[in-house]
Design a protein around this ligand. Structure first.
Ligand code: AMP
Length: 426
């Protein structure tokens, strides 16, 4: 779990703005659900044999309730969708969310116990057109966020009958190798052989490499759905490959599955920036009167920030007010207030430092203007405006200060070797 300090938070805010703006243009509105849900919700929807439910949830009991801090966003959003009977209000709903998720995973590069996801859910459209549109939106999203080298893996695991056949095919394949499987996977062989495919144990992985592919058992309507999806993706020129081994670690998926991976190797094994898929049965399972197909994805914010450029011009205050005597501090507060009312970022340094120390501080903050107020200035009702971006200074009457400040901030900075740290303020 990590702290995000103000300097880093700027990048988070920018990422979130880009996300909100892009999904907004696709018609998604924000849903905010509680961080706690009943444990039962995740156990039922994500699946008992998944790593998330069997090992990673932060669950506890309080009074009569068994609660879990959400490990992902899809189940909570679906619970809200059903609880508020949204299906009766509109045929298609597009929701997005941004927020922290919690999984007690073994820490690794790019893997945290509190991490953040930005995700979308689309209810009421069986696809495959909306599946293609969502996958294309994901490609556009990471592109806008500055990720260049990526590929999207897509697969279909079919609907109910296909998955039942696939489970049988996998059980038949793994059974003769039972002894070579990890303890977890031996159990999964009976309960849910599909989950063996996302086991991280090296022995399991080796065996999984030659396991039958879901494509071999895909029902006709599933195969058609998948073929149409690929046709739309081709038309949209989405960079994708078909990956028959992609199963993703949650039980609720049906048909379309996708994962966007970076190809630079920067994140080691944790190379997925986002993942998603269709879950046509969940809304019905949650007790909705109407069966409602759905599809969604979630993007890992930490991972995107880890692979995108870090160098950002540091923005500093427009005005750094430097009172040079104790008497000047009061007038400096009043001036700062007036300048802020004009929309400028101002900081007053009331620590009683020397002029030299205050100028050093103004430079390190990246302030554009230092407003110096000493005994002389105070006596004449003036301020010395030191333009750190242009290496100029002038005396200005207090009455004309807001006009002078606005004029200075509109002028371009002049680069200088002497004050490398000065950067555009305001
Ligand atoms: P999932 O909810 O497991 O489908 O994951 C969707 C995306 O969330 C992944 O592709 C990652 O980018 C991100 N993610 C999942 N688990 C973690 C974690 N423990 N730490 C950081 N990011 C994660």
């Amino acid at each position: 779990m990590k702290d995000i300090l103000p300097e880093q938070a700027v990048r988070w805010q920018r990422l979130e703005q880009t996300f909100r703006s892009l999904v907004g243009r696709h018609g998604y509105g924000e849903v905010r659900t509680p961080l706690l849900e009943s444990t039962e919700l995740f156990v039922r929807e994500i699946g008992e044999d998944t790593d998330v439910v069997s090992k990673e949830m932060y669950s506890f009991e309080r009074h009569e309730d068994r609660l879990t801090v959400r490990p992902e966003g899809t189940a909570s959003a679906a619970r809200a969708y059903v609880q508020h009977n949204v299906a009766a209000l509109e045929p298609v709903s597009r929701w997005f969310y941004v927020g922290p998720m919690f999984r007690a995973e073994r820490p690794a590069k790019g893997r945290y116990r509190q991490f953040h996801q930005a995700g979308c859910e689309l209810y009421g459209d069986p696809g495959p057109a909306c599946d293609a549109e969502m996958i294309d939106m994901c490609a556009e999203l990471v592109g806008e966020l500055g990720v260049k080298d990526f590929i999207i893996h897509v697969n279909s695991i079919g609907s109910g009958p296909t998955r039942a056949r696939y489970r049988e095919a996998l059980a038949a394949y793994f059974e003769p190798h039972r002894a070579a499987l990890s303890e977890d996977s031996q159990r999964r062989l009976t309960t849910n052989p599909l989950r063996i495919l996302d086991s991280k144990a090296p022995g399991d992985r080796e065996l999984s490499a030659n396991a039958p592919s879901v494509v071999e058992v895909l029902a006709d309507d599933d195969a058609q759905h998948f073929a149409m999806l690929r046709r739309h993706l081709d038309a949209l020129k989405v960079p994708y490959i078909v990956d028959p081994k992609l199963v993703r670690g949650l039980d609720y998926y049906t048909r379309t599955l996708f994962e966007l991976k970076i190809t630079t190797g920067q994140l080691g094994a944790q190379d997925a920036l986002l993942g998603g898929g269709r879950y046509d049965d969940m809304i019905g399972n949650l007790g909705s009167k109407k069966a409602v197909p759905a599809i969604g994805f979630a993007m890992g914010i930490e991972r995107v920030l880890e692979v995108t450029a870090r160098e950002e011009a540091k923005l500093g205050p427009a005005c750094y007010l430097a009172p040079m005597t104790a008497e000047a501090i009061g007038p400096a507060l009043v001036l700062a207030k007036a300048l802020r009312a004009e929309g400028h970022w101002c900081e007053v340094d009331g620590r009683g430092l020397s002029l030299k120390a205050m100028l050093r501080r103004a430079n390190s903050l990246g302030a554009r203007l230092a407003l110096l107020m000493g005994t002389d200035e105070l006596a004449e009702n003036q301020v010395t405006v030191k333009d750190l971006g242009r290496h100029e200074q002038e005396r200005v009457a207090i009455g004309g200060l807001t006009v002078a400040v606005r004029a200075r901030l509109a002028m371009p900075c002049v680069p200088s070797e002497l004050s490398e740290k000065a950067s555009p303020g305001g």
